[in-house]
Design a binder for this molecule. Structure first.
Ligand SMILES: C[S@@+](CC[C@H](N)C(=O)[O-])C[C@H]1O[C@@H](n2cnc3c(N)ncnc32)[C@H](O)[C@@H]1O
Length: 225
């Protein structure tokens, strides 16, 4: 992955809790955050004594490189958000400026934690569809804003391989959202559900109390036997 292809944008622990309906029992599990990027979920969870391992290709870069990239791309992303503002519900965030402040807060918290977390193995460089973990290494795998969202860039076979890999390494997998960037359900969702049924993986779609991108308010929960 090249640094100039990275557009960092990270969410907070409270957003993860709402997207994935995380209960106290869920938080206490050994959690894998796949594609966590510059989210502050890992930093905030670690500060409270929980166990999160984040895996993302951008962890090949140093804190200094990611910090520079965040400041180089921030204005561009904010401009895109202004242009596309009607595709989002402005309730949890009043406007694009408030969103930007919240995203920067998350990314700064990530940056402050990143080098230490890397040394502790909490931020690991890696990419779906192949993960360097033994079967059932985690109680819960969370995938926020990667699978389904980028259906235009990531193929159906990538989605199937990625989901197979996630369910191999974790007892339960949750994926949010189920829509692509255009706000429509991913064209791969049905195929994934058919695959899960055939493979004996229990799938449930649940509406959640998080609805920022219009159409994005459902989480997919997958549980293997
Ligand atoms: C839109 S960001 C979401 C970041 C974070 N999950 C959040 O919700 O705030 C998507 C992330 O997926 C990562 N990513 C892209 N391809 C990936 C892959 N094949 N495996 C794992 N992560 C990937 C990107 O580097 C980026 O950090």
């Amino acid at each position: 992955m090249k640094l100039d292809h990275v557009v960092p944008w990270g969410r907070t622990r409270s957003e993860y809790v709402n997207m994935f309906t995380l209960t106290d029992a869920d938080l206490a599990k050994k959690i894998l955050g796949i594609g966590d990027g510059p989210a502050s979920f890992n930093a905030e969870m670690t500060a409270d004594g929980y166990s999160v391992t984040s895996v993302d290709p951008i962890y090949a870069f140093s804190a200094e490189q990611l910090k520079t990239r965040i400041s180089d791309t921030y204005d561009v992303v904010m401009k895109q958000m202004q242009t596309n503002a009607e595709h989002y519900n402005w309730t949890a965030f009043r406007d694009v400026d408030e969103l930007g402040r919240e995203r920067m807060r998350a990314m700064n918290q990530f940056l402050d934690d990143y080098e230490e977390g890397k040394q502790q193995g909490r931020y690991q460089t890696g990419s779906l569809p192949v993960l360097p973990f033994q079967n059932r290494s985690f109680g819960l795998a969370l995938c926020s804003h990667l699978l389904f969202l980028y259906s235009d860039q990531l193929s159906e076979s990538f989605h199937l391989a990625a989901i197979q890999e996630l369910i191999r390494v974790a007892d339960e997998v949750r994926i949010f959202p189920l829509v692509s960037l255009n706000g429509q359900l991913s064209p791969y969702l049905d195929r994934v559900l058919v695959y899960c049924k055939a493979a004996g993986i229990r799938s449930e779609i649940e509406s959640v109390n998080y609805h920022f991108q219009k159409g994005a308010f459902q989480v997919l929960r997958l549980t293997s036997n």
